[in-house]
Design a protein around this ligand. Structure first.
Ligand SMILES: [Zn+2]
Length: 136
């Protein structure tokens, strides 16, 4: 017997490193538009001030009733235009406040619409096999 089989895939023993993320308590907040819970820092806080004005609270330090929205237009637009925010706060936005928030929406990146799944099949690299394996 002289048939020596060489494996083209040099098998390398892979060692798995144990690098688990440290469990840390992350305060979660819920976006009023999509209802998703996210870490507080990923959301934008809007606050209703004691005087009834509704403003952005980028620092999260303003006192008042807060609401959170994802930093996405798809969450801000319904919140502003469909009155979700007003409903949340139980107020009517003043034109100035609304304009300010609208201006903020303009700064948000437009989300890419989910691309349709690519169905074009890439030509697979044909592998030459010596053995008589009937592959289609
Ligand atoms: Zn959202």
């Amino acid at each position: 017997m002289s048939g020596k089989v060489t494996n083209e895939h040099g098998q390398r023993p892979q060692r798995k490193r144990k690098a688990g993320p440290k469990p840390r308590h992350v305060p979660l907040r819920t976006c009023i538009a999509c209802g998703e819970s996210r870490p507080k820092r990923e959301l934008i806080r809007i606050v209703r001030l004691p005087d009834g004005h509704v403003v952005l609270d980028p620092t999260g330090k303003k006192s008042g009733r807060g609401a959170y929205l994802c930093a996405k237009r798809s969450c801000w637009e319904p919140a502003l235009r469909k009155g979700k925010l007003e409903h949340e706060f139980g107020v009517t936005l003043t034109p100035e406040d609304r304009a300010e928030l609208e201006a903020y929406v303009e700064t948000l990146p437009v989300e890419e619409t989910p691309a349709p799944p690519k169905t074009s099949k890439k030509p697979r690299a044909t592998r030459t096999q010596a053995s008589g394996d009937a592959t289609p």
